[in-house]
Design a binder for this molecule. Structure first.
Ligand SMILES: Cc1cc2nc3c(=O)[nH]c(=O)nc-3n(C[C@H](O)[C@H](O)[C@H](O)COP(=O)(O)O)c2cc1C
Length: 508
């Protein structure tokens, strides 16, 4: 396709642009807005300036200028670590090799996160365009999108986008009649969290077991098939066309001093409006939870937010005004991660929650290195003991020492970050650990072995609601005509307490 042909398609379909009038133009993806136009359609994408950034790069910029524009934009990787994207591109460009690859990481293993899926489903052409720009900049002619097979619609739309873009000659050979050729294929992942880690992902692409390996060498030096490989997260890539088209100054006008642009967050947990929200980096936790999410479900008290997915940290309410950027979150013992945010209310037991996240890490550990494989299992055993009321004070020291050991000695980011929920809850919610150990009490009533329900006879009117709702027939009418709970039968589900209209059931 010639550039004039691209322009012609845009002119013919300019009406699509009108549908975008409600979008916040300064946002990268505008996911938040009620946008009826879905850019998975190639004509609509072109009508909205799609593939014009690729044309600009190929026809008006040399490779170094493209890299420089990305460096100037200060864009940082949205896959978790926040590594400067331009630096990575430059490193890869400077490698001497006859073959290089661009890989788009759309593995997205964080439970509850669906930013990357949405981007793949709604903006597949933006990803193809970004990958082609990256390929041009670093000198690669082949791109691979690694997407998990559990995302069938994303797979379908990416496949369709590849077919449509190839038909128009927007990927393939001699794009815009230049010498630049770039082909893209899909590689489906089988859903292992560790395969999102770049070295494990590359192994998985090669058909090997998805296990991480020591860095350096970094993928930019020696990656897929031992060739220099640029691997970027899909959201990072989604920013590229707009940066090239609008310029790095425009991009730098959004966000914070050290972190430019916007970030898409997947808000879930005890929040009224769970969903995806795109905010300029530097917005506060409060803005995200209250302005975007509408506040805590059932107007309960906010207790903490877990940021950074299963290996992120729990941030207590007192830090609600913290700006969401890479450095501020790290200082609090959490991390930006890929953008998963889980809201927790007053009924959350912080000991139980750290056990929950550890379970995920234990399940997802690839088992290659001992600190992660065995260390996390041991951490989990200790927390389990505490949740059952069998913990001792010395367990707290062991928890902290072991967590730090795993952090410092694991092979990859999974192990290195897996103790974060334990360390952050120990730091901010130590009193709950102490209550479990010393008072054998779980204030949230979540740890079943430490929870007991009791019917207060002076308040009970024998209405029988609790008796009827108990799923295990643990409630009986005693000789005084009052209901009583058989503690041996009770499974501590709390249904009786929730059903009682007279406040006659207490949780101890
Ligand atoms: C256990 C683990 C899982 C990861 N999962 C993902 C993922 O699902 N998607 C992603 O883009 N990056 C993931 N990463 C980060 C990648 O290793 C890598 O840093 C990223 O793809 C680089 O792209 P970026 O610079 O654009 O962020 C993961 C890292 C670790 C340690």
């Amino acid at each position: 396709m010639k550039f004039e042909d691209l322009n012609e398609i845009k002119k013919k379909n300019i009406s699509f642009q009108k549908k975008l009038k409600n979008q916040k133009n300064n946002f990268i993806l505008s996911i938040k807005d009620d946008c009826k136009t879905k850019l998975e359609n190639i004509t609509e994408y072109i009508a909205c300036d799609g593939y014009f950034a690729l044309a600009k790069a190929l026809l008006t910029m040399n490779r170094q200028q493209v890299v420089d524009e990305i460096i100037k934009s200060d864009l940082r990787g949205r896959g978790g670590a926040g590594f400067p994207t331009g630096k990575k591109w430059e490193l890869c460009k400077n490698q001497e090799s006859e073959k290089k690859y661009v890989i788009c990481n759309c593995d997205e293993g964080d439970p509850g996160a669906f930013m990357d899926r949405t981007i793949a489903e709604d903006y597949p052409h933006a990803i193809l365009e970004a990958m082609a720009i990256a390929g041009y900049a670093i000198g690669a002619d082949e791109g691979i999108i690694y997407v998990r097979a559990e995302y069938p619609r994303a797979v379908e739309r990416l496949n369709q986008a590849i077919v449509d873009a190839s038909k128009l000659g927007l990927i393939g050979n001699n794009i815009f009649e230049t010498k630049f050729c770039f082909n893209v294929s899909l590689k489906l992942g089988a859903g292992a969290f560790v395969c999102g880690e770049e070295t494990a992902l590359i192994k998985s692409c090669e058909g090997q077991r998805g296990e991480p390996k020591l860095k350096p060498p970094y993928p930019a030096e020696r990656g897929y098939k031992d060739k220099p490989t640029l691997i970027n997260n899909i959201e990072t890539l989604a920013n590229i066309p707009k940066i090239i088209l609008n310029g790095s100054d425009w991009f730098c006008s959004l966000g914070e001093e050290n972190s430019k642009g916007t970030k898409v967050f997947a808000l879930s947990g005890k929040v009224k409006n769970a969903g995806l929200y795109e905010l300029p980096i530097g917005a506060t936790i409060k803005q995200l939870v209250y302005e975007c999410g509408g506040g805590v479900l059932n107007d309960k008290q906010l207790k903490a937010v877990q940021m950074g997915g299963p290996s992120g940290g729990c941030i207590p309410t007192k830090f609600c005004d913290t700006k969401i950027d890479y450095e501020s979150l790290k200082q609090l013992g959490a991390m930006m991660g890929s953008g998963g945010v889980i809201v927790m209310d007053e009924d959350t037991c912080m000991v139980d929650i750290s056990k929950f996240f550890l379970e995920f890490s234990v399940d997802e550990s690839c088992g290659k290195c001992t600190p992660c494989r065995i260390g996390n299992k041991r951490l989990h055993e200790i927390i389990q003991k505490i949740c059952e009321g069998l913990g001792t004070l010395s367990d707290l020291n062991e928890l902290e020492n072991l967590a730090n050991y795993i952090k410092d000695n694991s092979l990859c980011g999974l192990g290195q970050a897996s103790p974060n929920p334990v360390l952050s809850t120990l730091k901010y919610f130590k009193e709950e650990y102490l209550e479990h150990i010393l008072e054998k009490r779980c204030r949230a009533g979540v740890c079943k072995k430490l929870t007991k329900y009791n019917i207060m006879h002076d308040k009970c009117v024998a209405c029988s609601l609790c008796f009827k709702i108990c799923p295990v027939d643990a409630i009986y009418l005693d000789d005084d005509g009052k209901y009583t709970i058989d503690q041996n039968k009770c499974i501590r589900c709390g249904k009786c307490k929730a059903s009682c209209r007279f406040g006659a059931i207490e949780r101890k």
